[in-house]
Design a binder for this molecule. Structure first.
Ligand code: HEC
Ligand code: HEC
Ligand code: HEC
Ligand code: HEC
Ligand code: HEC
Ligand code: HEC
Ligand code: HEC
Length: 399
């Protein structure tokens, strides 16, 4: 046999082997490995059957809530002519493009004294982006965050207002609410302190399908092998959960920061009991009102709507798979589902068509006590506004 023919023959035999091998592979073998373990399939595998839902999801705040920084996206975030932030007469932080990416560079008396790169971002940008950089296996928050309300940079929440600071560590706790997984290792430094290291390459960014629906490999394999089956198998059916279980499935990330995780909440699946994951810490215990930031669960469960109805959950108003952000008329319709008639005074009724917007009167925006932001040109901090999930009659509306 001559050269070319022989090559063709070898190639032919080779592809035949591949075809045979792929026939022998089960649906399970074809799925890529997922770092979370055998039971997980990965979000890419959901696309085949849940196409439109997966496409919508790619743009949702949950899906985008943590990401690697992409330099070209970052330039879109930059407010025009504003890449410098003065801390005091001699110190400023400047956002600069340098070799290897964008950096937040600290200047003292005109001399660059520290530069750290934008490596990762937290937040979908709905209200804010906070940025972080890696130093070895540790993540640190950058001094400037972007706030949508002012379309500009401000000092990161909780940072000192008049000096630059680069050493606030970001732990896996942020990722437990803003991501789907990170491999971490705890090292004892001394009797009293633990040192956490995270593996950069192991991060699953964003809140993915299986973070909310639980591990789904068996579901994927079953439906791939049984395409005629139209009823969902091997996946938790949300409708069948109890009220507490439904509240817990959202509450795992929407119950505020005063809870202390007893074990990693990455393992939390719908149907699990939140009390097995969290204990209330001493600060949160009875101390003060819950904050509007990140604590929709406590706010809501204190409302008469929740207490006096026996079926209100987050799903009474939110379907995490639709995007109706800002459409208060649709949200109001969900109030009307329960409140077919209301007893408003003549005076309230005279204030316009109530049905178009129950929200601004009964769930007004309030400023967070935990978060505010400090702009370069202003002395006082600006408010960080969120919807109060304590549904009620607010004094401001009585007049
Ligand atoms: C081979 C097809 C297939 C793949 C791949 C697949 N599913 Fe499904 N899934 C179905 C079918 C069929 C149903 C039932 C019909 C429906 O609700 O769309 C379903 C329903 C569901 C439901 C609804 C459960 C309920 O409450 O009714 C969820 C949640 C779900 N799938 C999650 C996932 C996730 C997460 C992935 C990826 C890890 C995934 N599916 C991949 C076929 C698939
Ligand atoms: C933030 C949590 C969350 C994330 C993330 C999430 N889901 Fe859901 N999903 C839900 C909830 C809650 C329901 C039940 C909605 C209801 O019953 O009102 C649901 C319902 C579904 C359903 C059945 C109803 C429908 O709308 O068709 C499917 C299928 C589904 N999800 C698939 C997915 C897939 C695929 C992904 C990833 C692309 C995903 N989900 C990501 C919370 C989530
Ligand atoms: C793994 C943690 C996690 C879980 C579980 C989770 N959320 Fe969220 N949710 C977040 C984070 C983080 C944000 C902020 C996203 C951003 O960066 O804008 C958010 C944002 C939201 C928003 C505002 C953005 C939007 O989509 O309009 C709503 C509403 C919401 N969540 C409802 C829910 C409901 C309802 C559930 C339960 C079905 C749920 N979430 C489960 C972490 C979570
Ligand atoms: C207990 C869960 C939880 C933890 C822990 C948590 N967050 Fe959040 N975070 C949320 C939720 C929920 C929201 C959105 C709604 C709100 O503010 O109530 C949010 C909002 C944000 C936003 C604004 C997002 C946007 O686009 O509007 C940023 C930025 C953010 N968090 C960063 C962080 C960082 C950095 C950490 C760690 C230092 C952290 N978060 C820890 C739950 C959490
Ligand atoms: C799941 C059903 C349900 C939904 C959805 C619902 N409510 Fe209610 N709400 C109730 C019940 C039940 C009460 C208690 C009525 C009573 O005391 O007779 C109530 C009470 C109230 C009260 C009186 C509060 C007080 O403290 O006395 C207001 C105001 C109210 N709802 C407004 C709203 C608005 C606005 C929405 C939409 C954002 C809404 N509700 C959604 C069931 C619901
Ligand atoms: C009675 C209706 C109702 C219920 C129940 C409800 N929400 Fe909301 N939620 C709203 C409305 C209205 C908004 C404002 C939406 C907008 O501005 O687009 C909102 C906004 C949010 C936001 C965005 C934060 C902000 O202030 O903009 C988050 C996060 C959220 N809800 C989480 C939850 C969670 C978690 C639950 C269950 C514990 C829940 N919600 C229950 C009506 C409700
Ligand atoms: C302009 C502000 C405003 C708007 C808009 C509004 N409310 Fe009210 N609501 C009030 C005030 C104020 C009260 C206290 C009684 C009064 O003075 O009218 C009240 C009382 C209530 C009550 C308790 C009394 C009762 O009827 O049992 C409910 C429930 C309620 N509102 C639901 C709603 C719903 C649902 C919508 C949207 C369809 C809505 N409200 C729109 C201001 C408002």
């Amino acid at each position: 046999m001559k050269g070319p023919k022989r090559i063709l023959l070898i190639l032919g035999a080779f592809s035949a082997v591949i075809v045979i091998l792929s026939r022998c592979m089960t649906a399970a073998d074809k799925l890529p490995d997922d770092i979370r373990g055998e039971a997980y399939a990965g979000a890419a595998s959901c696309k085949t059957c849940h196409q439109s839902l997966s496409a919508d999801y790619a743009h949702s705040p949950h899906g985008l809530t943590s990401q690697k920084v992409n330099d070209s996206d970052l330039t879109g975030v930059f407010p025009p002519d504003s890449n410098s932030f003065s801390l005091n007469a001699n110190e400023k932080v400047v956002v600069e493009k340098r070799k290897g990416g964008f950096y937040q560079v600290a200047y003292k008396d005109g001399v660059a004294v520290r530069a750290e790169r934008f490596d990762m971002q937290f937040g979908s940008g709905e209200k804010a982006y906070t940025y972080a950089y890696w130093r070895g296996k540790k993540l640190y928050e950058l001094p400037l965050s972007y706030f949508a309300a002012i379309n500009n940079w401000a000092i990161s929440p909780g940072f000192p207002a008049h000096m630059f600071y680069y050493d606030r560590g970001i732990t896996s706790r942020c990722l437990e609410c803003h991501g789907s997984f990170v491999e971490k290792e705890l090292k004892h430094e001394s009797t009293f302190s633990m040192n956490e290291e995270m593996k950069q390459g192991s991060i699953i960014y964003g809140i993915d399908c299986e973070r909310c629906h639980g591990p789904a490999k068996q579901h994927v394999v079953f439906h791939t092998e049984n395409p005629e089956e139209k009823t969902a198998k091997y996946i938790t059916i949300f409708k069948t959960l109890s009220r507490k279980q439904k509240m817990d499935a959202c509450g795992v990330c929407h119950s505020g920061n005063t809870l202390m995780a007893q074990k990693s909440v990455f393992e939390f699946k719908p149907g699990d009991d939140i009390d097995k994951y969290y204990v209330q810490d001493f600060v949160g215990f009875g101390g003060g009102k819950p904050d509007v930031h990140g604590n929709q669960t406590t706010m809501l469960t204190g409302s008469n709507c929740y207490i006096k109805s026996n079926n209100m959950t987050c799903q009474s108003c939110h379907n995490t798979h639709e995007n109706i952000k800002g459409n208060l008329a649709i949200y109001s319709q969900r109030c009307i589902n329960c409140h077919k008639t209301t007893n408003h005074s003549e005076e309230t009724l005279s204030r316009g068509v109530l049905a178009a917007n129950c929200i601004d009167c009964h769930m007004p925006k309030e400023s967070s006590k935990l978060i505010s932001f400090k702009q370069a040109t202003k002395n006082e901090a600006s408010a960080y506004l969120l919807r109060s999930h304590h549904i009620g009659i607010y004094p401001a509306e009585r007049k």
